[in-house]
Design a protein around this ligand. Structure first.
Ligand SMILES: Cc1cc2nc3c(=O)[nH]c(=O)nc-3n(C[C@H](O)[C@H](O)[C@H](O)COP(=O)(O)OP(=O)(O)OC[C@H]3O[C@@H](n4cnc5c(N)ncnc54)[C@H](O)[C@@H]3O)c2cc1C
Length: 486
């Protein structure tokens, strides 16, 4: 059997290679380290953790990344097995001894008879005779390969920095303050004239928001990142530094909008949120990319009227990164539509985080192995954490014309990516739940549904979408996504 080539022995590539070999298919794993390193890797080991040593929450019942851990365990993940075996104390998080973790992943791959390891850099598009390739070269893909992918996919299809605006769960926005309206009620192609959620600020609220922005603690760029400020995607705090009205003439301009809650009263500034996923559960804050520290973002953004109780699916950021415009370029099994012998996995597909990268590697490996073996292989259902993440990458994000070519930005797994429950969970006595109790119950129902559906999918059984309803919660916290250090 011809081998599958995996390029990059990071979180995604290591997991992909393991999944392929575990299915009896030979694999060649190409890794350029230690011959050539990136700006952040320090070793030649596989699955090196370049920054924090945390896989974030391990709570599979109430946390989307904890659910992803559990799903990966059930799918035979090498990354999770090595993480569990090298756990260090970290409360509810799964943190690992980074050296022990990487050594275990490396040893498992080196020992597998179907894994052939090549310590080489693939500096151009893989040769035509490699008929099945997974590119998992990560956020710091070497320049030669990145340039070749850029040429193959088109000028704006590969980004080298992310410019992330915060994303809010739709049901946490106070619609007694905010309202739906497109600027000048513009319908446009595919719009309704009421596509944006608008949050109004009066003069005093705007000034207080500006002061908080300017005083907020910021994350600095690493030396090797060389601050990439383009006028099209300036962080809001940098815009605020340029003058008191810059934001009012930029992303917070109040024109073409009328507040139905205060007829006749023109807002001094308006923050707009645009739908981010097809499900309509997530809205991004338009033009609000920011380098403020995560805790500061939460505090400052909740000063915006209507967002006082906002729950954030993603907070803002600006980093050196390499990622594809995947919803346009990749098919449902992560193949490049224009060159299907190439599959992508990991951070380069637009997921974010160690665990998410490994999970997408797991899926890419399984897709490629099934294809090689001539077997049918269905993607996981979108009700699972794997399926929700995959669906987001390969099509769940909605791109609006005015959002520009890079509206797709990296994303951690979060509950906003899951299809909503058909029925709201109720308490043991059948009563409607409210507030935190409701949030916790919803999360338990979503995770329970996910695990039932994952097990059925893994056994090749048809998936029933609405398996679980009305679960009674055990305590947990809700609100802000856990940040990882970057
Ligand atoms: C500075 C920084 C800090 C981060 N911190 C965190 C964090 O704390 N927590 C978190 O969850 N996520 C973090 N991330 C995000 C991301 O999840 C990790 O980068 C993760 O390692 C991505 O997994 P990956 O497999 O896609 O890429 P990587 O793990 O980076 O693996 C890619 C591999 O490909 C190799 N490679 C690259 N080009 C080539 C080539 N042409 N030929 C052969 N091999 C090649 C690289 O050497 C590397 O081993 C961080 C990212 C960066 C850049």
């Amino acid at each position: 059997m011809q081998p599958i080539h995996v390029i990059g022995g990071g979180l995604a590539g290591s997991e992909a290679a393991w999944q392929i070999a575990s299915r009896g298919v030979p694999v060649v794993l190409h890794e350029m380290r230690p011959l050539r390193s990136t700006a952040v890797h320090k070793t030649g080991g596989f699955a090196e953790l370049v920054c924090s040593n945390s896989f974030r929450s391990d709570d599979r019942d109430h946390n989307a990344v904890g659910l992803l851990h559990e799903e990966m365990r059930r799918l035979g993940s090498l990354v999770m097995r090595s993480g569990d075996a090298n756990q260090v104390p970290a409360g509810g998080a799964l943190a690992v001894d980074r050296d022990g973790f990487s050594q275990m992943v490396t040893a498992a791959l080196e020992a597998h008879p179907l894994v052939d390891i090549c310590r080489d850099e693939i500096a151009d598009l893989p040769p035509a005779q490699w008929d099945s390739v997974i590119i998992a070269t990560g956020p710091l893909t070497s320049p030669g390969l990145a340039a070749a992918i850029g040429t193959a996919t088109g000028e704006t299809a590969l980004a080298f920095f992310d410019a992330i605006a915060p994303i809010v769960h739709r049901d946490s926005i106070d619609m007694s303050v905010a309202w739906f309206q497109s600027r000048y009620d513009h319908v446009g192609p595919g719009g309704s004239g009421a596509d944006y959620i608008n949050c109004p600020l009066d003069r005093a609220q705007y000034q207080a928001f500006l002061d908080a922005l300017l005083a907020g603690d910021r994350v600095s760029f690493h030396d090797w990142e060389s601050a990439p400020y383009f006028d099209g995607c300036l962080p809001i705090e940098i815009m605020a530094e340029r003058g008191p009205n810059t934001l009012r003439f930029g992303p917070m301009k109040p024109v073409g909008l009328s507040n139905p809650h205060r007829p006749g009263q023109r807002p001094y500034a308006v923050v707009q949120l645009r739908q981010d996923n097809r499900l309509g559960t997530l809205f991004n804050i338009v033009g609000f990319q920011t380098k403020l520290k995560h805790a500061e973002q939460t505090r400052v953004l909740r000063m915006i009227p209507g967002l006082e109780h906002a729950e954030f699916a993603r907070l803002g950021g600006l980093h050196r990164n390499t990622f594809l415009n995947s919803p346009k370029l990749l098919d449902g099994t992560l193949r490049l539509k224009s060159l299907p012998r190439l599959r992508f996995a990991g951070q380069i597909t637009g997921c974010e985080g160690y665990v998410e990268s490994a999970a997408i590697g797991l899926l890419a490996g399984r897709f490629a192995a099934a294809e090689r073996r001539g077997e049918a292989f269905e993607p996981p259902p979108p009700t699972t954490a794997h399926g929700a993440l995959l669906t987001h990458i390969t099509g769940g994000h909605v791109e609006t014309i005015d959002a520009g070519p890079q509206s797709f930005q990296p994303m951690n797994v979060n509950f906003g990516l899951f299809p909503p429950l058909a029925h709201s969970p109720r308490g043991a006595d059948g009563a409607r739940l409210r507030g935190t109790e409701k949030t916790i119950a919803k999360r338990r129902a979503l995770t329970a549904r996910a695990l039932v559906d994952l097990d059925r999918w893994n056994r090749g059984m048809p998936v029933t979408t609405e398996t679980i309803a009305g679960l009674v919660p055990a305590g947990t916290s809700a609100g802000v996504p856990e940040p990882h250090l970057r």
